[in-house]
Design a protein around this ligand. Structure first.
Ligand SMILES: [Zn+2]
Ligand SMILES: [Zn+2]
Length: 172
């Protein structure tokens, strides 16, 4: 969905619709869409600058990087972007540091689908976790720790002992 910059009037151009993306387009490898991506955008233009204010919302299924259990990841993110024509890219050095986040459009067109995909990918965590302090799986029996204690504590105790030994060494 490419928007011609010249079609953006002073009142702004509003877009409110669902977008379908493939899981392959996402930065998160094991993500699966549970519903289409809904986006609300308002594009306004001031000279060659195009401002895009919007919101992107969807629900995905992620796989926890520690316990490997799928979990729901809701997205509801707002964004505020400024696009400049590609020619301005060469003037980058002359722009203020603060302006580095500006993005550039080519041939007087902005691909709204790409804008939304980029914003969606930005909401993803570097390491997906089902819960903030997911304890992962037991290294001995492979049981998911969240689902109950399996009784194997060998590894944990070893780690703790190791740490104590280091502490004792440092004190000497
Ligand atoms: Zn987990
Ligand atoms: Zn175990």
């Amino acid at each position: 969905m490419r928007i011609d910059i010249d079609k953006i009037t002073k009142e702004g151009l509003k877009i409110s619709r669902d977008f379908d993306f493939q899981s392959l387009e996402l930065v998160e490898e094991d993500a699966v869409f549970l519903k289409p991506v809904h986006a609300d955008l308002t594009m306004t233009r001031m000279g060659e600058e195009v401002w895009i204010k919007g919101r992107v919302a969807t629900r995905l299924s992620f796989v926890c990087s520690r316990c490997l259990t799928p979990y729901e990841f809701p997205v509801d993110a707002k964004f505020d972007l400024v696009y400049l024509p590609e020619e301005f890219h060469e003037l980058k050095d002359e722009l203020d540091d603060e302006d580095f986040d500006q993005i550039f459009y080519q041939n007087h067109k902005i691909d709204v689908r790409e804008v939304i995909l980029a914003q969606l990918n930005l909401t993803f965590p570097a390491k997906p976790l089902c819960t903030k302090n997911c304890e992962g799986i037991c290294a001995v029996c492979g049981k998911i720790r969240r689902e109950g204690n399996c009784g194997c504590q060998v590894k944990e105790t070893d780690e703790r002992l190791g740490r104590i030994k280091i502490l004792v060494k440092d004190k000497r």
